[in-house]
Write a protein that binds this ligand. Structure first.
Ligand code: HSE
Length: 407
């Protein structure tokens, strides 16, 4: 005797929505084989067709792949209030209205699953919510934007920034408006979600400091290579001084770091804790079919009774000024005393230098250094003073460095 089909109400039919519908059909028989119920597409809502109320009435689970804040928020809240489990891949929505959505899920005792909102198919949400739920997490580092990782990989192989961005758009990794990718905002939304899961505190997108990749210079990548460093857009969420710091910056890594080898549109997340040391998960972070696979996993989780919503939030204390190692690029006149003057100012501000490369170029020289850990405010004050020397020819540039070499 066959049981009733499990009806999926789909909101949105763009790149991920259409790939999801296709994958659902492909995998339905196999899912039925191990779950006893066959998932089928019920109604589909797009801008030009479908009626939300009818789709909702007929659905066992509502899958939101429309993106944007409204009406996605309104639909998810209505579905949960109607007692339906919901699945969403909407990182902007979860990073800005997560608490309202989680609270509604708890109140109505329904599941809110959102694996595809962070790092595509990499199962980091489930690992944080379930496998590591009893682990006191200290730090997460993530490459959580496929577009920027693809662009940086292409640039390190000689492509220009506009060429690489165009190719990322052509391959369907980039957001509809790629400024969310290249400014770091997309990664910031994902880090806010990960921080909420890892630390139990409500981290809003506005709590995340982020910088993108648009202002990077190709020669920084070349100098850094000489120092053994590769560049990534890294999101960090960590416990610091009794609070939390969540941020996204272009960051240099030594080649032994687990994230250093993650290239192209791949994403990866490293979770560190005293009890587990460190684990790294990686896989495709963008792309219609890959993201759809994570969404389908959430549908199966809703069918079989996976975790509900995160627990009620703990208070948040944000730490703004954190220690980092820094790469420092100075364009200076090439004459006696310059290096000594720079290192003296750095020393006076407790900035300790780990390595230096100097390249003479006629009258001028490029002085590139990597520092040890120093509070960002201290480094910035030192750089301001260095910038005042008459021998400095253009504005100093800094990029963060993760010091651990994992050798
Ligand atoms: N634009 C996003 C990225 C898609 O490049 O990672 C996945 O969220």
């Amino acid at each position: 005797m066959s049981s009733e089909p499990f009806k999926v109400g789909l909101l949105g039919f763009g790149t991920v929505g259409s790939a999801f519908a296709e994958l659902l059909e492909e995998r339905a028989a196999e899912i039925e084989r191990f779950n006893g119920r066959r998932p089928v597409l019920g109604g589909v809502l797009t801008r030009s067709r479908g009626n939300f109320e009818e789709i909702l009435a007929d659905a066992d689970v509502v899958v939101e792949l429309m993106g944007g804040l409204e009406p996605a928020r309104e639909y998810l809240l209505a579905a949960m209030r109607a007692g339906k489990d919901v699945v969403s891949a909407n990182k902007q929505l979860l990073s800005q209205y997560g608490e309202e959505l989680f609270e509604t899920a708890r109140q109505h005792d329904v599941r809110l699953r959102f694996e595809a909102a962070v790092a595509g198919v990499v199962p980091v949400v489930r690992v944080l919510e379930e496998s590591l739920s009893a682990t006191p997490i200290e730090r997460i580092h993530g490459i959580v934007n496929g577009t920027t990782n693809f662009i940086l990989t292409e640039m390190s192989n000689g492509a220009s920034y506009p060429e690489a961005l165009k190719e990322a758009q052509r391959r369907g990794f980039a957001e509809a408006d790629p400024s969310d990718d290249v400014t770091g905002r997309d990664a910031a939304a994902k880090m806010a979600i990960l921080a909420r899961l890892a630390f139990g505190t409500p981290v809003h997108l506005n709590d995340v400091r982020y910088e993108g990749i648009e202002h990077l210079h190709r020669d920084d990548l070349e100098y850094a290579r000489e120092l053994g460093l590769g560049l990534k857009l890294i999101g960090t969420a960590e416990r610091r001084q009794g609070g939390l710091s969540v941020r996204v910056h272009p960051t240099f890594l030594y080649s032994g770091h687990p994230l250093a080898a993650v290239s192209g549109p791949f994403n990866a997340v490293t979770v560190e804790s005293e009890t587990i040391t460190e684990i790294t998960m990686s896989g495709p972070g963008a792309g219609g079919r890959q993201t759809a696979s994570a969404v389908l996993g959430d549908v199966v989780s809703a069918m079989t009774g996976g975790a509900r919503a995160p627990a009620p939030p703990l208070p948040l204390r944000l730490i703004e000024d954190v220690e980092n190692a820094f790469y420092l690029h100075l364009d200076v006149a090439d004459r006696p005393g310059v290096l000594a003057a720079v290192t003296q100012v750095l020393g006076e501000h407790d900035v300790s230098i780990k390595s230096v490369v100097q390249r003479g170029m006629g009258e001028r020289a490029r002085l590139v250094m990597v520092t040890h850990q120093v509070l960002e405010s201290r480094l910035r004050t030192a750089i301001e003073r260095v910038g005042e020397f008459e021998f400095v020819r253009s504005a100093p540039r800094i990029i963060r460095v993760i010091e651990e070499e994992f050798l």
